[in-house]
Design a protein around this ligand. Structure first.
Ligand code: X2X
Length: 338
C-alpha cells in the first residue's frame, strides 16, 4: 500500500511538472500595470483590453488594471522590472518609463527626430520596430501592440515659449529618465526630474513652472490648464505606449487564448491610438478646447522648431551611441521608406 502511495505521489509530481499551467487552471486575477487614471485614454485603453479579454474568454481570464501607478508605488521607472519579474502580468507602459532598462527605447525621446505621426508609424511597422521588440523580448517580456501617449508639448505658468531664450532658467518638470535632464539642460532650462504623482503636487503648489506631456492623453484629462496658462506645440519628442505581457504568463495560456489575447490587444490599441490623435491632426479641436479653457496656444513653425533642435545637438551626440547608432539609422531609413 505504502509503495503504491509513493508511486502515485511520484506520478502526480511528474504530471504537475510536465502539464501546462493552463491545464491546472488559470489564475483568479492577472495584474495589469499602468501609470495613469481610468479617465485618460491611456487608462481607458488598458481597461478596454481587459474588458475584451474577459468578454472573449467568457469570464475565464480576469485582468485587473492597477491605475495611477499603484502597482509600482509611483516609482514609474521601475515598472518594466515588475513586468520582467512577473509581479505585473501585463502592462501598458510608456517607452520613457521603460527606457532606463531598455536603452534603445530612448530613440523616441531624441529631440525632434520624428516629424509626423506617419513617420512614427513607419518606424513602428518597419525594421526599427522589430529590433526594439526583440530587445524587449530579451527581458522575458512579449509585446502585444503599440499604443500611444503622443507628441509631448510644453506647458508653463510664466510666459509663451517661442524661442529657446524663453526657456532660459525655467523650472521644468520632466520624467525621471536621464535623457530629459540632458535635453532641458541643453535648452537652457532648469530641469527637475520627478514621478508623475509628485509632479501633480508640484503643479498645484507652483514649485515648478512648467512640464511637458501630450495634449489628449495627459494635458486635457489631468486639466493641466488649471495650473499653466501657456502651451507650446513643438512636437519635440513622441511617446508611444507598449502593451506587453510577461512571457511566462503568456505561455501559461492555451494557444487559442493567446490568439484571442492578441486580437483583443490589437483592437483595444487601435482604438487607443485613435483617441490619442483625434482632434490634433485635422480640425485641431483639442487645441480649441485648451483655448476655451483659457490657455494661450503657440504652435511653432518648422523654422521655430529648428532653433530648438539646433540647441539639442549635444543630446544627440551623447545619446545616439547609448540608443545604438544602428537603431537611429534604421529609424531614419524607415521614415524615408528605405
Ligand atoms: O510622467 C509622465 O510625464 C507620463 C505620465 O507622461 C509618463 O508616464 C511618461
Amino acid at each position: 500500500m505504502r509503495k503504491l502511495m509513493t508511486i502515485l505521489a511520484a506520478g502526480a509530481l511528474v504530471l504537475a511538472l510536465t502539464a501546462p499551467a493552463w491545464a491546472a487552471g488559470y489564475k483568479a486575477e492577472y495584474k495589469m500595470s499602468l501609470r495613469t487614471s481610468e479617465t485618460s485614454p491611456w487608462g481607458a485603453g488598458a481597461q478596454k483590453f481587459a474588458d475584451l479579454v474577459r468578454e472573449k474568454s467568457g469570464g475565464k481570464i480576469n485582468i485587473k488594471c492597477y491605475f495611477n501607478g499603484s502597482l509600482f508605488a509611483d516609482d514609474q521607472t521601475k515598472e518594466f522590472m515588475m513586468l520582467k519579474q512577473g509581479v505585473a502580468d501585463f502592462a501598458l507602459g510608456s517607452t520613457i518609463n521603460w527606457s532606463p532598462q531598455i536603452r534603445s527605447l530612448n530613440l523616441f525621446s531624441l529631440p525632434f527626430l520624428f516629424p509626423s505621426y506617419e513617420a512614427l508609424d513607419k518606424v513602428k511597422k518597419g525594421q526599427t520596430g522589430q529590433k526594439l521588440l526583440a530587445e524587449i523580448e530579451k527581458f522575458n517580456v512579449v509585446t502585444l501592440a503599440w499604443g500611444e501617449n503622443g507628441y509631448r508639448e510644453l506647458t508653463n505658468r510664466i510666459k509663451p515659449v517661442v524661442t529657446p531664450a524663453d526657456l532660459e532658467g525655467m523650472k521644468v518638470r520632466a520624467v525621471g529618465s536621464p535623457i530629459f535632464k540632458d535635453t532641458f539642460a541643453a535648452l537652457g532650462a532648469n530641469p527637475v526630474l520627478m514621478n508623475w504623482g509628485d509632479a501633480l503636487t508640484a503643479f498645484q503648489q507652483g514649485t515648478v513652472d512648467g512640464q511637458e506631456n501630450p495634449v489628449n492623453v495627459i494635458i486635457i484629462p489631468y486639466k493641466i490648464y488649471q495650473y499653466h496658462k501657456y502651451i507650446t506645440i513643438w512636437h519635440y519628442t513622441i511617446d508611444p505606449l507598449i502593451l506587453a505581457v510577461n512571457k511566462d504568463t503568456l505561455k501559461s495560456f492555451s494557444a487559442e487564448d493567446q490568439k484571442m489575447i492578441q486580437q483583443a490587444a490589437d483592437e483595444a490599441m487601435a482604438w487607443q491610438v485613435n483617441e490619442a490623435r483625434t482632434g490634433l491632426t485635422g480640425d485641431l479641436a483639442s487645441l480649441n478646447k485648451l483655448k476655451a479653457e483659457g490657455m494661450e496656444v503657440t504652435v511653432l513653425t518648422p523654422e521655430q522648431m529648428m532653433a530648438f533642435k539646433v540647441k539639442c545637438k549635444p543630446v544627440w551626440d551623447k545619446w545616439t551611441p547609448q540608443i545604438g547608432e544602428e537603431i537611429v539609422k534604421a529609424a531614419q531609413a524607415d521614415m524615408q521608406g528605405k
